[in-house]
Design a protein around this ligand. Structure first.
Ligand code: NAD
Length: 336
C-alpha cells in the first residue's frame, strides 16, 4: 500500500490513497485497535468488520453529541482499552469527528486514524485534525484540534453511498473549487453527478485533488489564524441553519455559499454568483431556504468566527479566489 506522509505543526499524518480496509492490519494491530462506525455502514459492510473490535453507533448528525461520546467511552472502558489502544473511525464526517474527539479526551489522548466512507469525509471531514461535537443547535461547539495518525482511503465504500450523500460531498468539493481552484470549478461545470458516479477513476482523481487541496491549506495554517478560515466559505450561515432546520451538512452549506456569493456580489463586485448557483443546482443541491431571521441571528452570534460586533465572512473576489471580510452583525441582519 502506497503511503504519503504529510507534516503538520503538531504531528505528521500518513495518507494511504488507493488503499483497502483489508490492509488496515498492516497499519493497526487488531489486538489493540477499536473501530467506530455507524449502523448504516456496518450492515452494508459487515464482513469487513469481522476481524475487528467494533463500536457501532446510530447514524446521523443528531448523534454527534456528548452523550454518544460518553457511550463510546463507556464501551472503551468495558473493552479495557488503554493508552496504547488505537481508535479508528470508519465512516462519514459524524463518525470521524466523534472518533477524533473521543480519542483526544479518552485517558487524555490515545492514537487514532480514519477510514472515511462518505465522499464528504474523504474530501473534507477526515482531513485537518478538527474534531468535535454539537451542543443543541450549536454545531461543533466543543472539540479539539488533533491530527489522526493515518487516513486510509478505500474508494469501494462509495459503492454503497446513497445518492443524497454524493450530493452532500459535492457541496464541499464545489466549496474547494470556489475558493481555490478555478480549473476544478470549470471541470465540475463540464461534468455531472451521474458522470462521477459512473466514472470511478475520475472520482478517484477528484477525491485526491480535493484531499490535497485541503491538506495544503491546513498545513499552511493549522490553527486557523489565516488561510484556513477560507475553508469556511458557506459555513457561517450554513452552520446556523443546519441543526435548526434539520438540513444535511451539504445542503446547509450550499445555501450558505449562495448567501456568501450574494454578499460578495454586493460588497466586492463578484461577477460570477450565477455560476456558483448554477453549479450547486447541477449537483442537486438546494440554493435557497425559508428561515426565521431572528432565530438564525441568535445562532450566528455564537459563531466561533465572531469578534465582538462582527463576524469574519468568507467572500469571493472571483472563482478560485476567496478573501476574509469582517461584516458587522447589523449588516448581516439587514442582508438576510
Ligand atoms: P455522516 O457521517 O452523517 O454520513 C452521512 C450518511 O451517510 C450517514 O447516514 C451515514 O450512515 C451514511 N454513510 C456514510 N458512508 C456510507 C457508505 N459508504 N455507505 C452507506 N452509507 C454511508 O455525515 P457526512 O455527510 O459524511 O459528514 C458531515 C459531518 O462532517 C458533519 O457533522 C460536519 O460538521 C462534519 N465535517 C467535519 C469537518 C472537519 O474538518 N472535521 C469538515 C466537514 C464536515
Amino acid at each position: 500500500m502506497k503511503k504519503r506522509k504529510f507534516s503538520f505543526n503538531q504531528a505528521s499524518v500518513d495518507y494511504y490513497l488507493g488503499g483497502s480496509i483489508s490492509q488496515l492490519k498492516e497499519i493497526a494491530d487488531p489486538r489493540h485497535t477499536v473501530l467506530v462506525t455507524d449502523e448504516n455502514i456496518y450492515t452494508r459492510h459487515a464482513k469487513r468488520f469481522k476481524p475487528w473490535n467494533t463500536i457501532v453507533l446510530k447514524p446521523g448528525e443528531a448523534y454527534k453529541v456528548q452523550a454518544t461520546a460518553d457511550e463510546i467511552i463507556t464501551q472503551l472502558i468495558e473493552m479495557e482499552a488503554d493508552r496504547k489502544t488505537t481508535l479508528v473511525g470508519v465512516g462519514g464526517g459524524v463518525i470521524t469527528d466523534l472518533t477524533g474527539y473521543v480519542a483526544s479526551i479518552y485517558m487524555r489522548g490515545i492514537p487514532f486514524g480514519f477510514v472515511p466512507t462518505s465522499l464528504l469525509a474523504m474530501v473534507d471531514a477526515s482531513i485537518g485534525g478538527k474534531n468535535g461535537i454539537d451542543v443543541g443547535v450549536y454545531k461543533n461547539l466543543a472539540g479539539t484540534v488533533r491530527q489522526p495518525s493515518f487516513i486510509l482511503y478505500d474508494m469501494s465504500f462509495l459503492n454503497s453511498l446513497p445518492e443524497k450523500e454524493w450530493r452532500n460531498g459535492f457541496a464541499e468539493i464545489i466549496k474547494h473549487a470556489s475558493i481555490r481552484d478555478a480549473s476544478m470549478f470549470a471541470e465540475l461545470e463540464k461534468n455531472s453527478l451521474a458522470f462521477y458516479r459512473r466514472r470511478r477513476a475520475d472520482t478517484d482523481m477528484l477525491v485526491r485533488r480535493n484531499a490535497l487541496l485541503k491538506t495544503k491549506v491546513v498545513q499552511g495554517d493549522e490553527f486557523e489564524e489565516g488561510d484556513r478560515k477560507l475553508l469556511n466559505f458557506g459555513h457561517t450561515l450554513g452552520h446556523a441553519l443546519e441543526n435548526q432546520y434539520e438540513l444535511s451538512h451539504g445542503e446547509a452549506i450550499s445555501i450558505g455559499m449562495v448567501y456568501a456569493s450574494s454578499l460578495s456580489e454586493n460588497l466586492l463586485g463578484f461577477k460570477d454568483k450565477e455560476r456558483v448557483v448554477g453549479l450547486l443546482q447541477k449537483y442537486g443541491l438546494p440554493v435557497r431556504a425559508e428561515f426565521d431571521k431572528d432565530l438564525v441571528m441568535k445562532v450566528l452570534k455564537m459563531d466561533k468566527k465572531r469578534q465582538r460586533e462582527s463576524i469574519s465572512f468568507i467572500l469571493l473576489k472571483r472563482i478560485g479566489k476567496a478573501v476574509i471580510q469582517p461584516i458587522s452583525i447589523e449588516e448581516i441582519y439587514r442582508s438576510l
